[in-house]
Design a protein around this ligand. Structure first.
Ligand code: HEM
Length: 513
């Protein structure tokens, strides 16, 4: 359909259309005929007939109450009948794939005028490609699935598989050999992928997007037999058969020794028989493979289970969306070949611990990036929202909250970049020795900061910060879902304690005041 031709009006002409039945307004240099829309307006008709609005420039009033995306929706966009003579509209949506120009909305390595010791132009090129993909393919699906609670669409999972994004999210390793990454852009950085995904601002969907594989597949990659890897890895990385990590139970979480799911060998020694339950298992409702922590004769053993007889999964209603597929799982006499054992029998603690650093680091990447998104939302809101006749940010108390939020986001990002650099330059063994503690401390810090930022943001947005639609929708979502980062992958206190205990173990014997 050809787009309607827009006419050119003067402000004086618009001012003549200021009454019920003949009602125009100006928003950002564009003229809208809202004569008929007035009675359908979700905010009511009377506000549009107000003497300050009818026939006038309503830009400030509009942006104090609506997100820009409202006026971009086709059903409202078509209300535009013209433009104002000699004026250009200045407000536009974020351009797909582009960086934000709002201060602190991007980490310094992506901000104009800044330098970074860690990132090259290749990283920037890769980041741009990932962002474009997220903006075009992931974000629209994320918003829709957050609404209907269904798992991420198969088309998104397939599109990610085509670019080998699932494989890249596992970090560097043999599994990337021979794959064409992101359409041929080399040297991918997992931190870039994870941080770009967090920008979609849909926490449950983010986990639904195969987060289970990011934590459930590494034990297979690192400890599975060649036969198991040959079967499972392509299934998972193609997105066709997701995997999840099933450790936590109703009985125990951080206390791995308290887990009760058992695996007992059959008399011929060829199979495990698994019985027990698992709780809060991300992606469990739609996973095909399960990396399961079991109590065995020798202690704790990790075993790969395939969905089949005796495996049942039920959705758990958490405070984020069912998109994540959070499950309660029952294993009822599930028979599994002993070849599915991941790592040594009785050596499951080591398998789990070696996985934790990577899992926590991924979560910090996402936590650091989502805090920044909240900073951006708050900077925009406090600029466009007027209170007592002035922008909100002219209040010192508001600026003080913004100062704290910005500082937290920047501090976490800088520490994270340092840790990431260390990870890239240390062996697996060195990482366990030097980084388990710092990663624990950083995750604790990041999620504490994130929760403080969420609380501050709600205060800044007021009622809108606790409303699921409209201006504060990202703040409401963030405030509701931010505790997930503080619990998943290790609770804050446990992680802080881990960091300090590691430091105490490394205290030199001759250290004295
Ligand atoms: C073409 C112009 C406009 C369109 C398409 C429009 C559309 C909407 C929509 C879709 C909502 C529901 C909430 C949301 O999605 O954000 C809303 C709410 C509202 N609108 Fe408008 N609107 C327009 C102009 C205005 C103007 C000029 C005012 C001036 C006062 C206004 C005042 C309100 C109010 C007070 C609410 C309720 C806000 C809330 O509950 O926080 N609208 N509008």
């Amino acid at each position: 359909m050809a787009s309607k031709e827009l006419k050119v009006f003067t402000r004086e002409e618009v001012a003549k259309h200021d009454e019920d039945g003949d009602l125009w307004i100006i928003i950002d240099g564009k003229v809208y005929d809202i004569s008929r829309f007035k009675n359908l307006h979700p905010g009511g008709a009377s506000v549009l007939l107000d003497a300050e609005v009818a026939g006038k420039d309503a830009t400030e009033a509009f942006y104090g109450l609506h997100r820009h995306e409202v006026i971009e929706k086709p059903q409202y966009k078509r209300l535009q009948i013209g433009v104002i003579e000699g004026e250009k509209s200045v407000i536009h949506s974020q351009i797909v794939g582009e960086l934000s120009k709002v201060p602190y909305a991007e980490p310094t390595w992506l901000s104009a005028g800044y330098h970074s010791p860690y990132y090259s132009d290749n990283h920037r090129q890769f980041q741009k490609a990932v962002r474009k993909f997220i903006d075009e393919v992931v974000t629209p699906d994320a918003r829709a699935r957050e609404e209907d609670g269904k798992p991420p669409s198969a088309s998104v999972i397939e599109a990610m598989a085509k670019l080998n994004l699932h494989a890249m999210r596992m970090g560097p390793g043999k599994h990337l050999k021979g794959l064409e990454l992101m359409g041929g852009i080399v040297k991918p950085e997992q931190m870039i992928i994870t941080q770009e995904f967090a920008r979609a601002g849909c926490r449950g969907y983010g986990d639904g997007l195969m987060a289970g594989s990011v934590i459930g597949l590494p034990p297979v990659l690192n400890f599975g037999s060649d036969e198991i890897k040959a079967k499972v890895v392509p299934d998972v990385l193609s997105g066709k058969k997701p995997i999840c990590l099933a450790i936590s139970e109703a009985f125990a979480g951080s206390d791995v020794a308290g887990l009760r799911t058992t695996a007992v060998k059959t008399p011929d020694g060829k199979h495990w028989i698994i019985n027990g339950t698992k709780k809060w298992i991300t992606n469990g409702t739609f996973a095909h493979y399960f990396t399961v922590g079991c109590k065995t004769e020798d202690g704790f053993t990790v075993i790969l289970v395939e969905r089949g007889e005796g495996v049942e999964t039920k959705s758990i209603k958490t405070s984020y969306s069912p998109t994540a597929g959070t499950a309660f799982i029952t294993f009822d006499n599930v028979k599994v070949p002993v070849e599915n054992t991941l790592g040594p029998e009785g050596g499951g603690i080591f398998v789990m611990l070696s996985n934790f650093n990577h899992e926590r680091w991924v979560m910090i990447c996402s936590s650091a990036r989502s805090q920044r998104l909240i900073v951006e939302e708050c900077l925009k809101w406090t600029t466009q929202r007027k209170a007592f006749g002035k922008p909100l940010h002219s209040q010192a108390v508001i600026r003080s909250k913004l100062a704290a939020m910005i500082s937290r986001a920047e501090a976490v990002q800088s520490w994270l970049e340092n840790i990431t650099y260390q990870m890239n330059n240390m062996s697996y063994k060195e990482q366990a020795k030097y980084l388990a503690g710092p990663i624990g401390l950083l995750k604790m810090t990041s999620t504490k900061f994130a929760q403080e930022t969420a609380t501050d943001a709600v205060q800044i947005f007021g009622g809108r910060g606790i409303t699921r639609t409209g201006m504060g929708q990202f703040i409401e979502h963030y405030h509701r879902t931010v505790p997930f980062d503080a619990i998943l992958g290790g609770a804050e206190d446990v992680l802080g304690d881990l960091g300090v205990r590691q430091a105490i173990r490394q205290m030199p014997k001759d250290a004295r005041l």
